[in-house]
Ligand binder design. Sequence first.
Ligand code: ATP
Ligand code: ZN
Length: 593
Amino acid sequence: MRTNSQISALFGPGAATRLATARVLVVGAGGIGCELLKNLSVSGFHHIHAIDLDTIDLSNLNRQFLFQRKHIKKPKAHVATAAIKAFNPSLDTSAMQANIKDEQFDVDWFGQFALVFNALDNLEARRHVNAMCLAARVPLVESGTAGYLGQVTVIKGGETECFDCHPKPAEKRSFPVCTIRSTPTAPIHCIVWAKNYLFVQLFGEPLEEKGEVVEEVEAGQEEELKALKEESGALAALSEAMGGDDFAQRIFNKVFCHDIRRLLSMSDMWAQRQPPRVLDYDELENQACDPPADHSNLSMAQAFILFRESCHTLARRRLEGSPLAFDKDDQDTLDFVTATASLRSYAFFIDQKSPFEVKAMAGNIIPAIATTNAIVAGMMVTQGVLALAGRLDECHTAYLSYNTKRPRCVIRESLSKPSLLCPVCRRRYLTLRLADPAKTILGDLLDYIGCLEGDMTLGMSRDNISVVEGSRLLYDPDYDSNCSRSMQDLCLVPGKMVTFANEDDSDVVPVILSIARPLTKENSGLDILIEGFEYIPEFVPLPQQPLKEECSATAVDNNLIEFGKRSIDDVNEVFESPSKKHAFDSEDLVILD
Ligand SMILES: Nc1ncnc2c1ncn2[C@@H]1O[C@H](COP(=O)(O)OP(=O)(O)OP(=O)(O)O)[C@@H](O)[C@H]1O
Ligand SMILES: [Zn+2]
């Protein structure tokens, strides 16, 4: 536990009082959240509120050290805050098991905190908290980890980049169909073939629509694609043998003998490549072997046995019910993918992966590493202390990278200014309060906005305004049927955010009205009140197409936050992490420049 003088020595004069009086929110009490809560509790923070929608699972215990076996199924936020209170009984803690996106957490609710820490694991929730903190004008410390990689940054509306200043590319994971079906060269190609092609053809719904395999035909491959389609037809016909004793053998002979012989007959294809080998069912059947171990590679004989057994199990399940879907936690489906991917790797002379690694790759799992979470949570505290003191010029975006060549594993950058084109933070955030949402109609609100004058004018009126909530268009000059409906009827309740834009003049800053709790008696006589006019962001109208230079973000996955500025070299260095490699194996990365 830090004494006041230690806190002042570490964080500067006045820090002890500032930390002791600030009310802070921690969103997410998982891997990073537990470390962070523990850090906050011993760093001089006093009023700590935690929220998490989940309960504790056995799989959390290896790294979420505030939890013990006896806590399984209990709410994470409650157990975590109780645990830190045990470290420091003088703390004022509170906890909620809830989704941070719930409407009850409106702008007023966020506004009660001096600082928010995000310790989340998904983009959607991060985006939501980003927008709510902008609306409530509360600084946010954002974090993310993926394997050995981690990031921390500070977001303050109007002063720094926000979470949405750079577009986050959708997770991309696609492979050309001919690589997967005819010329695999990497373990991931065999895994995708087993999971997205063979498994789906035999036991599931049709495949390519699933998105991982794309019909990207290179010149001269049209013939090959046609042959592959015929091959798929033949495989579908084999499904009719499902349930029979020789089902596994027929599948094996088709995919590891017949199809490979057909490929070998195309000698041009192997001029520059190692040709595959045909596998022999009888030979493998006669080989004795030990049972497979989770962490070591399967021998060919072990893969064969697993293939045969999983084929029969899945055939039985498929005949008993509806199409099956691959699930990394469904052992039968995982066994099938592990075994067939291993056999295909043997056939194509590709490195083997252990069942454990196959599970990570097929399930696209990035291992969570306690040390990474701990380092990131430590950096969050130091950034949070600076943000709380308003010392944004001293705050940083910090990247934790894994690289044996670099002397330091933390790379720091000063915070960037908001992107002038950001569709989220380059907006005017105002708060709307109504005396009675059941009585005020949308038309009244439009008139009220049209009549605002002086410093409060928004440059909008019924003739040019468009009103949108989420993906719902509520009003534009050609669509006024909602004007006579009450705000309550339109579900415009506290917690909702409504965007008002001038349709005619793109130089007018769009306004986001956060609907907050109704007016109290203090404002009696008013029906509508809009607050927060002091801040007008510098505004540049959005172009039709986002400018390419603006997109300097890297995408790793939904688990890792992305903020511009890292060079591709840095990015490549960061990706030298072995854990990252096993999860993504090069084709899985999307790098925008
Ligand atoms: N919308 C949300 N509202 C509140 N909490 C959320 C929300 N989305 C995610 N979380 C919480 O954020 C935490 C993120 O922690 P972490 O990344 O360690 O995930 P985890 O679920 O604990 O671990 P794993 O996914 O590896 O099993 C989780 O506890 C999760 O419940
Ligand atoms: Zn922004």
